[in-house]
Design a protein around this ligand. Structure first.
Ligand SMILES: Cc1ncc(COP(=O)(O)O)c(C=O)c1O
Length: 430
């Protein structure tokens, strides 16, 4: 049985004669043996082509329409360089992400700053670096921007992030467009703030932004939010605000496995739905894709430490866990699992829970997976792990974070060394 046919992932294939899994033309087993496990592997050609595709979809709308990669999804500097090289700006949510983007060669003018609460230091940094836009989320943020922009020597560009009270029909923990969530501003409050912003000579109100959540498959939800945003944008125009763009955030869903009921929506369908936010043809559309650029380009390779028959299940305990990939623990997320070396001649298949070594019941990666019989030292690949994988990794249980390796035209390059254990307590004082 060919496990990959069950759920095809771009640029991932199995060599039928050797049974070896290949990512972007490189042998996953060989890379795992060379660089150790757990190991993140990314196909840079896939990342580049996804980045190129979304920007070219947006350019069909206008010259100024552009994607800003939500770098929280995967923020390795080499990844940022590839995406920036395809003409995308960066969507950041912290001062740390601004600094990281700058370190990748992104200029301030290509950065938009989202985020539910920005500190004085972060706002000062954004102003100093002349970022493209602050997406404002609270009255306090407006007051701070008015105070901190004074005398900075340029008009600070801002947009108001609207909470449209639209259900993104996604997991509750990543649904951000409902009124009961902490994100954005009600249109009524945003309207009040508009007048404050417009009366400040140091700020320039350039747009409206919105982000209703992540892993969205139902594009009608994007369309509903877009129509709210358009209403608000028209209101701003009536008030005389000089707005030029609408930013519909990120959130496009990615297929993680055969369990998905509907196919992954395309970039063009997403742009088509988001376009409904534009008050007229002269406006630019901005999007902030994260997951949809990097998710399916990445895999997490892990080695079986132990296979344990328990009362009700058989556990394959692997050397990656919630510390490397927290999505299953945090969102009950599904990740497809496949053997790295599998000749397809095995007749013995067993059902496993793939779990990690961390001392939490929530440290699991996949449940009820039917795989050829596993034994100690076997390698398995956790698929579609490029987004919110490494960027959410932690050191819980004093575990060092894994290495990251890029595959570029079939050749491997380490883009982050495995963290050393010593570095974990280096800054501790005894
Ligand atoms: C403001 C904002 N924009 C964009 C994104 C990226 O979302 P996704 O990775 O689902 O495209 C997020 C994710 O949480 C976000 O909060």
């Amino acid at each position: 049985m060919n496990w990959l046919n069950e759920f095809p992932v771009p640029n991932l294939r199995r060599d039928h004669s050797s049974g070896l899994l290949e990512l972007g033309g490189a042998s996953v087993a060989q890379l795992a043996r060379t660089f150790g496990t757990p190991l993140y592997l990314y196909d840079f050609d896939r990342i580049a082509s996804r980045a190129e595709e979304i920007n070219s979809e947006l350019r069909k709308i206008s010259e100024g329409s552009r994607a800003f990669y939500a770098m929280k999804a995967l923020s390795n500097i080499s990844v940022l360089k590839v995406i920036h090289g395809k003409g995308l700006g960066m969507d950041v949510v912290s001062g740390g992400e601004i600094e990281r983007a700058l370190a990748a060669g992104v200029t301030g003018g290509e950065i938009v700053f989202s985020g539910v609460a920005k500190t004085e230091e972060e706002i000062r940094l954004g102003i100093r670096e002349k970022i493209a836009c602050f997406n404002i989320e609270s009255p306090h943020e407006v007051a701070e921007l008015i105070r901190l922009a004074k005398g900075c020597g340029h008009k600070v560009p801002v947009a108001l992030r609207i909470n449209p009270d639209v259900d993104g029909k996604t997991h509750a923990k990543i649904n951000t467009g409902l009124a009961e969530t902490k994100f954005g501003l009600s249109p009524e409050l945003a309207k009040k703030l508009t007048l404050e912003i417009m009366s400040c000579p140091d700020l320039s109100l350039l747009g409206v932004s919105c982000h209703i959540g992540s892993q969205i498959f139902d594009l009608n939800t994007i369309k509903a939010a877009a129509l709210s945003v358009k209403d608000f944008a028209l209101e701003l125009l009536r008030l005389g605000a000089p707005i030029t763009h609408v930013d519909m955030g990120g959130g496009l869903g990615v297929a993680y496995g055969p369990t998905e009921e509907t196919p992954q929506p395309s970039f063009s369908a997403w742009v088509e739905a988001a376009k409904n936010a534009l008050p007229d043809k002269s406006f630019d559309l901005h999007l902030e894709p994260g997951r949809s650029i990097v998710a399916d380009a990445g895999i997490l390779v892990t080695e079986v430490i132990d296979v344990k028959p328990a009362q009700k299940k058989t556990f394959a305990i692997v050397d990656a866990g919630m510390t490397e990939l927290v999505r299953p623990a945090m969102y009950d997320a599904y990740h497809h699992v496949t053997p790295v070396e599998h000749k397809g001649v095995t007749t013995k298949f067993l059902t496993y829970d793939i779990v990690g070594p961390v001392c939490e019941t929530s440290c699991w990666l996949a449940s009820g997976v039917k795989l050829p019989e596993l034994k100690r030292n076997d390698l398995v690949a956790i698929l579609t792990a490029g987004a919110y994988g490494m960027s959410m990794a932690s050191n819980y249980n004093t575990r060092n974070r894994p290495a990251e390796v890029a595959v570029i035209s079939g050749k491997a390059k380490v883009i982050r060394k495995r963290e050393t254990l010593r570095s974990l307590w280096e800054s501790e004082l005894v």
